[in-house]
Design a protein around this ligand. Structure first.
Ligand SMILES: Cc1cc2nc3c(=O)[nH]c(=O)nc-3n(C[C@H](O)[C@H](O)[C@H](O)COP(=O)(O)OP(=O)(O)OC[C@H]3O[C@@H](n4cnc5c(N)ncnc54)[C@H](O)[C@@H]3O)c2cc1C
Length: 300
């Protein structure tokens, strides 16, 4: 196997071969990745990137796979799974923290709450990692990662360590502009001191406001489309009469129209066909072009 020698000789983290991506995405969909590597630290990451560069192998970053659709033919090259290493949070003075890319958002929200720190409560229901959340500028209820991120530590395409202050990241709605191939290893974040009861209350309120999406029980990847300016994508899809619409195993959720669920053995091609149908119908009805929020990787 062309990848084996490197992993035997140098890599400290776990390495899996021919891994079904359906086991690593919240959608439960996706063909096999040739290789999945779980770097433990920056040393592992640098070696891995240098190896990929020298051999011309592609690599793809994976956090918790909660915003991802992987095509049915799977992923060639190496999937770099950030969810097992980089799990550290260093709490500093003045509400600052340096947070590993593999930390899950609900864990960060809970630790901040326990320290009486406010600003990240919006993420209480977002299941991804900090790395994925930075890349997506994840947000809810008027808050987003850009509000609390001061900068990010990165490993670049040549394996070089870097730091990008917020002013260079170019955050916008569900988007961060980070150079292609750069890997987020840690986020420098800053929170405000807050009243612990107020923080808990906001978390409770945000959980309560999740009623529609928490009624979605089948595997999914959260909102499929971004909200167009001044509109709510879910409302447009509902108004187009698409709740419950089904192609193969993929179905527009009855509970939340901007969720597509894997109603059983869905293929990526079913989800993509359903997304195309939604875009067509919403466009015919309203003239609005819906832009996907989820990322799609892999081959057919
Ligand atoms: C039930 C449910 C509810 C959700 N609710 C919300 C919500 O309220 N708001 C919201 O914004 N999102 C929501 N999401 C979507 C998703 O949880 C977020 O986008 C999350 O931030 C994605 O993180 P992840 O670790 O799962 O990223 P992944 O899905 O693994 O990856 C997303 C993108 O980030 C890249 N990436 C991941 N880690 C790194 C890294 N360390 N360095 C560089 N690139 C990286 C990947 O290559 C990919 O392009 C929801 C999803 C689900 C399933």
């Amino acid at each position: 196997m062309q990848y084996s020698l490197f992993f035997i000789q140098r890599f400290k983290g776990k390495v899996l071969f021919n891994v079904p991506m359906s086991e690593h995405t919240s959608f439960g969909i996706g063909g096999p990745a040739d290789v999945m590597a779980f770097p433990q630290d920056e040393g592992d990451l640098k070696d891995l990137i240098a190896f990929c560069e020298s051999k011309g192998f592609q690599f793809h970053l994976l956090g918790a796979g909660t915003n991802l659709l992987v095509r049915d033919g799977g992923v060639r090259g190496i999937v770099v799974n950030m969810s097992e290493g980089f799990r550290d949070i260093s709490w500093l003075d003045e509400g600052k923290a340096i947070v590993g890319a593999g930390v899950k958002l609900p864990e960060l929200v809970a630790q901040a709450r326990d320290r009486g720190l406010s600003g990240i409560e919006f993420a209480v229901n977002i299941p991804g990692t900090v790395g994925g959340a930075v890349m997506m500028n994840a947000g809810a209820y008027g808050g987003e990662m850009a509000d609390v991120v001061e900068g990010i530590e990165t490993i670049g395409r040549k394996g070089q360590k870097g730091f990008m202050p917020k002013s260079e990241i170019g955050f916008s709605y569900r988007k961060a502009e980070i150079p292609r191939g750069a890997i987020v290893t840690r986020a420098h974040m800053r929170f405000r001191s807050g009243d612990p009861e107020g923080i808990k209350e906001r978390m409770r309120e945000f959980r309560e406001r999740r009623k529609a999406s928490s009624a979605v029980h089948s595997p999914n990847a959260g909102s499929i489309f971004k909200n167009p300016e001044g509109k709510v994508a879910g409302m447009l899809i509902q108004e187009a009469g698409l709740k419950g619409e089904r192609i193969g195993g993929a179905m527009v959720s009855e509970a939340h129209a901007n969720y597509i669920v894997n109603a059983g053995r869905a293929k990526a091609k079913d989800v993509l066909a359903l997304m195309a149908l939604i875009r067509d119908r919403v466009f015919s009805m309203s003239g609005i072009v819906l832009e996907p929020e989820i990322k799609v990787i892999g081959e057919d």
